[in-house]
Every structure is written in structure tokens, then in C-alpha cells.
Design a protein around this ligand. Structure first.
Ligand code: UDP
Ligand code: MG
Length: 320
């Protein structure tokens, strides 16, 4: 494969049989008009319709079209991740398969990466054609993500159309519902030049959306965990271990102090009864016990994070 390939377009898809031919023709047209060398990587995320057959047909007609097929549905993030591993182009695009994103945006975004030196250009669906039940939670999500990430210049984190410098996608790993947070992953990996471009957005022509509210909730939990990972560098022990040790030490010295005071009291001939009659003794004891538990939690977290087989547990059935 030539090292000079200019563009890779990674397209995760789940039951999008009606759109694929139209999309692939549309991309081909834009690529030829602009004389780009390119590849399209369709990742079939376990479709149950005839999507894969369509990908096979398209690939047989055009060598620029490649396909990876998952054995079952693993989610959009896994699809992107496997596409990122396979991509060979200098600039890598992600696009949805449903014809809502327009390939006409690609040349301008390509320029922003290659000529203006951006690491990531994120599409911004300035004028959206989705129902309110989708746009309202999305607004909330974008607001929360801006606040948590400090990436204040993006309106729309979740747009499927994005362009990346190759190094970015070869560095980051996308799993769970994390496709919504790729700009954060990129920023945390040290790619600071992130911007957006307003892009056209079409109504879904065929099929139905695959993302409902429950995926927003999962996404929020993923945001908490990646924020944690970024802040504490995947080291639960650093946080829980420190907290636990501190609590244990405070508890231990308080208990020791109470004990010593008791002995001192006895020496003075005062008849206080038992150490355990001092209510502070129980607080000290509780602090020691909780401290030990936190320490153990940190230790277990550490063991699990080191030994977790891989967060991207997916199986490829076929590749063309
Ligand atoms: N998708 C996928 N796996 C899934 C769900 C969706 O690969 O489990 C693909 C889907 O086929 C589409 C893209 O991800 O190409 C975006 O999905 P969709 O259009 O349903 O999301 P929306 O535009 O409504 O946010
Ligand atoms: Mg869509």
C-alpha cells in the first residue's frame, strides 16, 4: 500500500443497506473531482440486513472500498476503533453511513488539517434535521462536555463527521460510548489544535436512528470514567490509596492519643472508666477501618486495570 494515500474515510454502519451505494457513489464523485487518493473503510457493526453484501459488491467494483465485518453488534465506538487501526491515509475522516453527513465537506476539512495544521476538525451540525427529542438532550450533553473538558470552542462533540491527523487516531483508543468524546481523548493525548467547521446536515433518508436516551446515560458514565482516568492517569491506587492511607493514619493517631490520655488520666488517679467510653474513640476506629477499605479498593482497582484483557473486546468475522 502506498504511504502516500491522502485520505481514509472510516464509516461504521449498522443496518444501513439502503444508503451504502448512494453514499459510496457520492464519496467517489467528490474524491475524483478533487483528485484525492483515498480509501473507504466500511465497518459493518453486526448488521442483520444485507449491508455486508452491499459492501462486498461495492468493494468488488472499486478497490478503494474496503470492509470489515464484526461477528455481532459491538457499538459505534468499537467500529471506529477497528477502522482507525486499519486506516492508512494521512488524513482520516469519520462519517455516518446514513447520508446525514455530506462528503462535499471533506476537501475543506482536509485543507484545515494539512495546510492549517489542525490535529482534529470536528463537524458542527449548525442546522440540524433531527427531532427535538434528540436535539435537546444533545444540547445538554454538549454543554456538560464543554464544561468538563475545558474544550470551549466546540459546539457539537457528537457529530459523526470529523477529520483527524493520522497520528491522532493511531494514538487514541475508543471504546464503550466514547465516540462522543473523541475530542477529549485527543486533547488528553496531547493533541491541542482542535477546531470545528459548520457542516451541512441532512434528514435521515432511510432507516431509523440507532441512538436513544439510554445511550446518553451510558455516555455520561463513560465521561465520568474517562475524566477519572485522565486526571489520575489510570491509577486508582493513587487516589484511593492516598485517601485510605491518610484516613488510616488520622484514625490511628487519634486512637493512640485517646489511649495515651487514658493512661495519663489513670496516672493522675482519675477514675475514667474505659477507653471505649470516649465517643471519639469510635470515630477514630471507623476512620481506620474505612481507610483500610479504601486502600484495598484502590489496590483492587489497580489490579483490575492492569490485567483487564482489553476494553475493546470485539471479533472480526471478515475483512475485504
Ligand atoms: N452505528 C453503528 N453501530 C451501532 C449504532 C450505530 O455502527 O450500534 C452507526 C450507524 O449505522 C450510523 C452511525 O453509527 O452510520 C450513526 O448512527 P445514527 O445515524 O443512528 O445516529 P444519529 O445520527 O441518529 O445520532
Ligand atoms: Mg444519523
Amino acid at each position: 500500500m502506498s504511504a502516500e494515500l491522502e485520505i481514509s474515510i472510516v464509516i461504521p454502519l449498522f443496518n444501513e443497506e439502503e444508503s451504502l451505494k448512494e453514499l459510496s457513489d457520492w464519496i467517489g464523485k467528490v474524491m475524483h473531482e478533487n483528485k484525492f487518493s483515498y480509501e473507504v473503510i466500511f465497518v459493518d457493526d453486526g448488521s442483520t440486513d444485507s449491508s455486508w453484501t452491499v459492501v462486498e459488491e461495492l468493494s468488488a467494483q472499486n478497490p478503494a472500498i474496503k470492509g470489515i465485518k464484526f461477528r455481532r453488534n459491538y457499538g459505534k465506538s468499537a467500529g471506529l476503533n477497528v477502522g482507525f487501526e486499519a486506516a492508512q491515509g494521512n488524513v482520516v475522516f469519520t462519517m455516518d453511513a446514513d447520508l446525514q453527513d455530506s462528503p462535499e465537506e471533506l476537501p475543506e476539512m482536509y485543507k484545515m488539517i494539512v495546510e492549517e495544521g489542525y490535529d482534529l476538525v470536528s463537524g458542527w451540525k449548525k442546522k440540524r434535521y433531527d427531532p427535538l427529542s434528540k436535539t435537546i438532550p444533545t444540547k445538554l450533553f454538549n454543554w456538560a462536555t464543554r464544561k468538563m473538558s475545558g474544550i470551549n470552542n466546540l459546539h457539537d462533540f457528537n457529530c459523526g463527521l470529523k477529520a483527524y491527523k493520522k497520528e491522532v487516531i493511531k494514538t487514541i483508543e475508543v471504546y464503550g460510548e466514547m465516540h462522543r468524546y473523541i475530542p477529549l481523548l485527543a486533547k488528553w493525548a496531547g493533541f491541542a489544535k482542535i477546531t470545528e467547521k459548520a457542516v451541512a446536515h441532512q434528514e435521515r433518508k432511510y432507516g431509523v436512528t440507532k441512538f436513544g436516551l439510554e445511550r446518553f446515560i451510558n455516555g455520561f458514565l463513560d465521561l465520568l470514567s474517562i475524566t477519572f482516568i485522565a486526571k489520575f492517569g489510570k491509577r486508582p491506587m493513587h487516589l484511593f490509596g492516598t485517601l485510605g492511607t491518610l484516613m488510616f493514619i488520622i484514625g490511628f493517631f487519634s486512637a493512640a492519643y485517646i489511649g495515651v490520655m487514658k493512661i495519663y488520666d489513670l496516672n493522675q488517679g482519675n477514675k475514667t472508666i474505659l477507653v471505649t467510653d470516649n465517643p471519639y474513640f469510635f470515630i477514630a476506629l471507623t476512620s481506620m477501618i474505612l481507610g483500610s477499605l479504601l486502600f484495598v479498593a484502590g489496590f483492587l482497582g489497580e489490579l483490575i486495570s492492569r490485567n483487564s484483557p482489553t476494553r475493546n473486546l470485539y471479533h472480526i468475522e471478515k475483512e475485504i
